[in-house]
Design a protein around this ligand. Structure first.
Ligand code: SF4
Ligand code: SF4
Length: 427
């Protein structure tokens, strides 16, 4: 098995005691009831791979591992501490290296990361997608799933992205602290308002923000497709860029999907001690923006709306980073009446490129999550949902639910503008 550290994988698998607790919280098992769509079943398939490490995986193993969302709900549940994340990462890398997929699948998996990780190409693709939308019904399911992600309006570059293009840093007037803000690739194109709100919020806290010119995609898209060399290249570029801002006390991440991968950068360089040490230094500074804001004294709220909202906890935040209550506490402290949906632990089906590669399963989980969020808001007349991950925000938005990033609401509550497309009481 050329892409897997076999002894390490065997050791991880050995920790599984087959208790099956994880099956109840695995979204794909909850939907299909098929043991091979559960973490325990997938671990069994991976064990089978280890038995023949020089052979390509069976089509059955590829099918069920492809259906895994990497949501890591199983990791939260597992009483034995099975490191499922690194197991499935290695399995995906092995599949990518040894399994020959049908050519349309290969083409899509090669194109997706290139398209999504270049802001210029992604903007162009969104504009073309707007033109193609009227013909969506005639297209294959995967292309329909791609078009479903295209927003009604493609926003112009926001302040944060424009600042990255022209200057490294814009210190606040009397900065007490200094941080790096990671912009990433998809979020600045789809919803630049998020990082702009983060900039305003941090400035109000007296934090100087550096946005490094050379940093871009965190590598998550390639990593979850098993493209390890490309993921490492993205990680190495970010590490080099962030090392130029050595006095920054934190690397702030506003997309929790990116945060999970950045905090795990050292694992990408397991066979390169020098790079692993640099990755550890970066990972030690990486924080979700909610974690960083919680370290600061609260801002005076200029608005006390009491507006009800539902909190959608992205899997990457609650399972990947084990940040479970901090964002809700910040929103509540800012005056929002925070409600939690049923099945809050289950994935919404977004999961990076999963919504495009597995459109049926993704649509089933999306409908289930939208119903749970609407249920949490039942009787309030409210339609507002807060989250922390751009993938979930775009995926779950509908005419009935308005999804925004939590920093957009914290910015508004402390004096910023209302999030685009959202009407909030100006009191
Ligand atoms: S909960 Fe953990 S130990 Fe139990 S079956 Fe799942 S992975 Fe194995
Ligand atoms: S990562 Fe999520 S989808 Fe994959 S096995 Fe674990 S719980 Fe199931």
């Amino acid at each position: 098995m050329n892409a897997i550290d076999v002894p390490a994988a065997r050791e991880r698998i050995r920790k599984c005691v087959h208790c099956g607790f994880c099956t109840a919280t695995c979204p794909t098992y909850v939907v299909t009831g098929d043991e091979l769509d559960s973490p325990r079943g997938r671990i069994w398939l991976m064990k089978d791979m280890l038995a023949n490490p020089d052979q390509p995986p069976s089509p059955r193993a590829v099918h069920h591992i492809d259906r895994c969302l990497s949501c890591l709900s199983c990791t939260t549940t597992c009483p034995s501490g099975v490191d499922y994340m690194h197991l499935v990462d290695a399995a995906r890398a092995h599949i990518a290296a040894t399994h020959r997929r049908p050519w349309p699948d290969r083409l899509l998996r090669a194109l997706l990361p290139r398209l999504l990780t270049s802001r210029a190409l992604f903007r162009l693709a969104l504009r073309l997608g707007r033109l193609a939308r009227p013909f969506a019904a005639c297209l294959p399911a995967r292309l329909q799933a791609m078009l479903a992600q295209v927003p009604a309006v493609v926003p112009a570059p926001g302040l944060a992205e424009r600042r990255q293009a022209v200057a490294v840093a814009q210190p606040a007037s009397v900065p007490q602290r200094r941080v790096i803000l990671h912009l990433g690739c998809v979020q600045p194109v789809l919803r630049p308002a998020i990082d702009d709100a983060a900039l305003r919020l941090l400035a109000r806290h007296g934090v100087a923000v550096a946005i490094t010119r050379q940093s871009a995609c965190c590598g998550a898209l390639d990593h979850h497709l098993g493209h390890e060399a490309a993921a490492r290249a993205h990680a190495a570029a970010n590490i080099a860029a962030w090392e130029t801002e050595a006095d920054a006390e934190a690397i702030i991440i506003t997309a929790s999907g990116c945060g999970t991968v950045i905090k795990d950068y050292p694992a990408l360089f397991g066979d390169d001690p020098a790079m692993a040490a640099r990755a550890r230094a970066v990972a030690a500074k990486a924080v979700d923006i909610s974690e960083y804001l919680a370290r600061l004294p609260p801002l005076p709220s200029v608005r006390r709306p009491g507006t009800p909202l539902a909190w959608h906890s992205a899997c990457s935040l609650q399972h990947g980073q084990q940040v479970k209550t901090t964002p809700q506490a910040l929103l509540a402290a800012a005056g929002f009446a925070v409600r939690l949906p049923a099945e809050a632990h289950l994935c919404c089906g977004s999961a990076g490129s999963y919504a495009i590669l597995q459109p049926e399963m993704s649509a089933t989980l999306k409908a289930r999550k939208q119903a749970a969020l609407a249920g949490a808001l039942a009787g309030t007349g409210a339609t507002l949902v807060a989250s922390s991950n751009i993938g979930c925000i775009g995926h779950l938005a509908s005419d009935q639910l308005h999804i925004v990033h939590m920093v957009e609401l914290l910015d508004w509550a402390s004096g910023g503008p209302a999030p685009p497309g959202i009407s909030l009481p100006d009191c």
